[in-house]
Every structure is written in C-alpha cells, then in structure tokens.
Design a protein around this ligand. Structure first.
Ligand code: HEM
Length: 402
C-alpha cells in the first residue's frame, strides 16, 4: 500500500479481527493519511510503539473542540459537539486530573477487591437462574449484559428497574451509523433521567451509601463540581461501566467456544482465568475505535512530522495485533502473557475502571464453563448479529443452548 492511495476511514473489520488493511499498514505505512466520513483527513497510526507514543503524549488533545480533532462518523461528531458539560474522558490535563481524582479511591484495586465476593455471588445467581429456566437463552441479554449493569447500578445507587432504559439509551449513543439526531436525542434523554435521579438523591441527602450520594456530599456541596458536571460524570460511569464489560464477556465466550481445547483447559483450571481475560481484551479490543486525538504542537511520530492542528487516530486494536510485541498476534491463546495490551488505552486517560472490569471478567471466566460445560451457540456463528458500527464492538444477541 502506498501513501498516495486514497484510504477512507473506517475500514471494515472481520468480527474477530481489526480491518485486514491494518496489518499491511503496520508493515509499510504505519502513519498514513485517511479520509474521514465528513471529508476531513487524519493520520491513522497502526504500530504499537507509535500508538502508545501518541496516547502517552499530552501534546495530543482529546477535546473535540481542539482544531483538527478527527470525527470518525457524523453521529459521533453530532454527539461530541453537543456535549455540555464535557466529562473528563474528553478533557486535557490539568483539568482532566481534577475530575479523575474525585474517583480514584472508588476504583482502586483495594476498594474493588472488597466488592469481589458480591460480584461472584451475583454471577453465581445469574447462572443459577439461567440453568433453572433451562435452554435456550440469549447469553448476551440474560447474562453478559446483566453482570456489569448490576454492578455499576449498585455502585452508583441507580434503581434496578431503570436498567433497561439506560442500556437502551447507551446503545443509541454509541451507534456510529445512526442518523446524528439519534445519539443526540439519547444523550438528552439520559440528561433528563439523571437530573431527576440526582435531584431525588439530594432530597434524601445522605440516607444511602452510594457513589452519587458521596459525590454530592464531598464534591458538589463544597463547590468543587457543579450538578451538571456530576451528571456528566455519572453518565460516563454508567456507559463505561456496562457496555464495555458486557461485550467483552460475550466476545470472550465466543472465542472460547471457537477454541474447545482452551475452553476445556480453563474449565479444568480456573486459575487460567487471569491470563484468559488479558488475552480476550487484547484479541478483541472491544473499544475498537478508541484513539481520536488532535495535535496541539508539531510532534514527530514514527518518523512522520505531525503538525499542530492535525487529527490523529491511534488505533489500539491495531497495536494489539502488532507482531513486534505479540508472537502470532492473530492467534487466540489464553495461556499467553498479554499484559502489555492497550485495550484499556494508555496515558492519562487509561481506563479508571480496569480493576473493576478485571474483577468482573475474571469472576465470570473462572466459573462459566464449570457451571455450563455444554454451553454452545444455538445458531451458526455467521448468524450472530455483531455490532460493527458501534463505538464499542460486540453483539446485539447471542442465542445459546447447553
Ligand atoms: C472490559 C472493560 C473495559 C474496557 C475495554 C474499557 C476501555 C476503556 C478505554 C479504551 C478507555 C480510554 C479512553 C481514551 O483513551 O480516550 C477507557 C476510559 C475510561 N473507562 Fe473504561 N473500559 C472498561 C471498563 C470500564 C468500567 C467497568 C468502568 C467504570 C467503572 C470504566 C470507566 C472508564 C472511565 C471513567 C474512563 C475515562 C478515564 C479518563 O479519561 O481518565 N471502564 N476505558
């Protein structure tokens, strides 16, 4: 592939692999110009070292109002341009750190480990319910989605009966192929809902021990954060907290079903769940469109000068398949040590929820095939509705039997 060839972004992925063009680009043109859906262009970065260099360099901005910020779809542009106030995922330092620090304690490994017994119990209960009702089931709807949704609802103090509402609105917000009005409306619905929820919690002040109530008391009341900023933060936690993990559970299960020998090995030795989870994260990289940045200064990446005002797409899904870093990168191997993967990103925005995601995923994969040793898809893999056009890759449904 030559630099002169016009390339358009996004390119189509296969369900279990990033777009095949990325492999050629990593080899021949690791920093390449691509045309975006809106007609602008950006630098597509595909090698591990370069992706990490961009994500770890604060001269690249995540703020959509920075000149050159690359919008990967009209739906995404409409959503990000209408976001008021923004959340810290789209703020640069030092402002970013101020808000992120309000949550550090809550998502620290020590704090999350204290939640692990309750997570294990929840998973046990959900699998028990599936087994009691008998096959068939929708593994995504009945299990994968329920695990992280229930956990994040409990942390935040969101009523269980509201879960279908926010699951539906989150999905609409992340749909890149939708009419731009759809995610904008979904964001407005979420705002209205969360304003009500926060108002109710304020009225009951301090009567419950949940994260929203704590943030109201510790950050909003003393004036460190406005109510609107709290609302935006809660929304980020709701979406970040369930979409990603739910789809990782589904995709990981699909890969294990595709590799029966590895599935058997995991069932026989649940201690393999830790490396299995890292491999699932590396192999699938569910947040497959992560990495939009804008250069605030001239920076050289991989030998290419990137000018102030240029847009950059530092693709973590491509980095996670780089043969310079991972042996046989397109192979799925739950015994490999994949710890250097970038599925949680890198740099100041590296996922704050990763200890929680790991606790949920490790708990799932250490028991799933013990409880359901005969778990199998009830339709051919080719009939699984994959979410190609979603910001977080995954499935819409996963019919199973056992
Ligand atoms: C498998 C599960 C997960 C994956 C793959 C994942 C992935 C990511 C990625 C790639 C980013 C970086 C965004 C960027 O560079 O712009 C991120 C940030 C973030 N994630 Fe996660 N995430 C997961 C689970 C969670 C959970 C469970 C929570 C909530 C508790 C969460 C909350 C967040 C937040 C708040 C940020 C923003 C961090 C910042 O900008 O400083 N994530 N996540």
């Amino acid at each position: 592939m030559t630099m002169e060839q016009e390339m358009t972004f996004p390119m189509k992925r296969c369900p279990f692999a990033p777009p095949p063009q990325y492999a050629k680009l990593r080899e021949k043109a690791p920093v390449s110009k691509v045309t975006l859906p809106g007609g602008d262009w950006a630098w597509l970065i595909t090698r591990y070292e370069d992706v990490r260099a961009v994500l770890g360099d604060n001269r690249f901005s995540t703020q959509p109002n920075t000149p050159g910020y690359p919008f990967i779809a009209p739906a995404r542009a409409a959503l990000l341009k209408n976001e008021t106030p923004p959340t810290f995922i789209r703020m640069d330092p030092p402002e970013h750190g101020k808000y992120r620090r309000m949550l550090t304690k809550e998502f620290m490994v020590k704090h999350v480990e204290a939640m692990r017994p309750a997570i294990v119990e929840l998973i046990d209960g959900l699998l028990g319910e599936m087994i009691r009702s008998g096959p068939p089931a929708d593994f995504f709807e009945d299990f994968a989605l329920q695990v992280p949704t229930t956990v994040i609802s409990k942390i935040l103090g969101v009523p269980r009966e509201d879960e279908p509402f926010f699951q539906d609105r989150s999905k609409a917000k992340l749909d890149l192929a939708a009419d731009p009005k759809v995610p904008v409306q979904a964001a407005a619905d979420m705002r209205e809902y969360l304003d009500r929820l926060i108002h109710d919690k304020e009225a009951k002040s301090n009567s419950s021990d949940d994260l929203i109530t704590r943030l109201l008391a510790e950050q909003v009341m003393p004036g460190h954060m406005s109510r609107d900023e709290l609302r935006a933060m809660v929304e980020l936690l709701i979406i970040g907290g369930h979409e990603t993990t739910a789809n990782t559970i589904a995709l990981g299960t699909l890969s294990l079903l595709e590799h029966p020998e590895q599935k058997e090995a995991l069932a026989a030795n649940p201690a393999l769940a830790n490396t299995a989870v890292e491999e699932i994260l590396r192999f699938h990289t569910p947040v497959h469109y992560n990495g939009a940045r804008a250069a605030m200064e001239d920076v050289t990446i991989g030998g290419q000068l990137i000018r102030k005002g240029d847009g950059v797409l530092a693709m973590i899904n491509s980095a996670n398949r780089d043969a310079e870093v991972f042996d046989h990168p397109d192979g799925f191997d739950i015994r490999r040590q994949s710890l250097r993967h970038l599925a949680f990103s890198y740099g100041v925005h590296q996922c704050i929820g990763q200890p929680l995601a790991r606790a949920e995923l490790q708990s799932v994969f250490s028991v799933l095939f013990l409880r359901l040793p005969k778990l199998a898809l009830s339709v051919p893999l080719s009939e699984i509705p994959f979410r190609y056009d979603a910001f977080v890759f995954g499935v819409d449904a996963m019919p199973v039997t056992w």
